[in-house]
Design a protein around this ligand. Sequence first.
Ligand code: ZN
Length: 276
Amino acid sequence: MRDLGNDLRWLAINSATIRPWPLRRQIEACARAGITAVAPWRDGLAELGVERARELLQAHAMTVTCLCRGGMFTASDAAGRRTAIDDNRRAVDEAAAIGARCLVLVAGGLPPGSKDVAGARAQIHDGIATLLPHARAAAMPLAIEPLHPMTAADRCLVTTLHQALDLCDALGEGTGVAVDVYHVWWDPALPSAIARARGRILTYHICDWLVPTTDLLLDRGMMGDGVIDLRGIRAMVEAAGYAGHCDVEIFSANNWWKRDPDEVLQVAIERYRSVV
Ligand code: ZN
């Protein structure tokens, strides 16, 4: 297992963590703090402009661990699913333009009014399959991110790492997984799933699970403030061959987003060194 204590090289900051700032300020603040990798979101990228973002990332020699995010393949009708595919093709192009190492996919939940879980999961498979030739042509790996089951209805019907790997097995080259501790820490099958993911872990997201959690989306904790065995999970991920970044992704409307983003970065660095 790598010793991260004196090596900031493997720390990446996801835009979600310092969301109050626009992408330009995020990149500049990370550079000032000695951080060498970031994971932008598409809204921030659109606001700054893909070309300007590319220049800025290059000027600061930033590694882009992943672009968040594509996906949301499920829809009530064929037109809606086509719209989603078109948008995902643009996401692939944007990821390629900024040199991202992968595009994260959040699969999508049930279409409005539907109770057809199996049908929605079929849409997810078919959506990624339709996107895949474009992603392969752009040499942009697709990182399927399983989300905690609490988001199954409205966000992501891929709820476990094994399920994400089943999709990878079915879809083949150009697919892999995003392992986000927030979504997978509880899973009794996590050790076997991470071992099975060898060679297919494209990005690794960290934060913590707070007790109690007051909001299902926007109350993620800073590493060390919750119950996730961060060291234990990183040990498994690295034993499975992952040697990439630890991407700090904290949605926190009532705490970290209310603080000075420079301070948030300093706390993230300190926790990365001490508890990740
Ligand atoms: Zn994530």
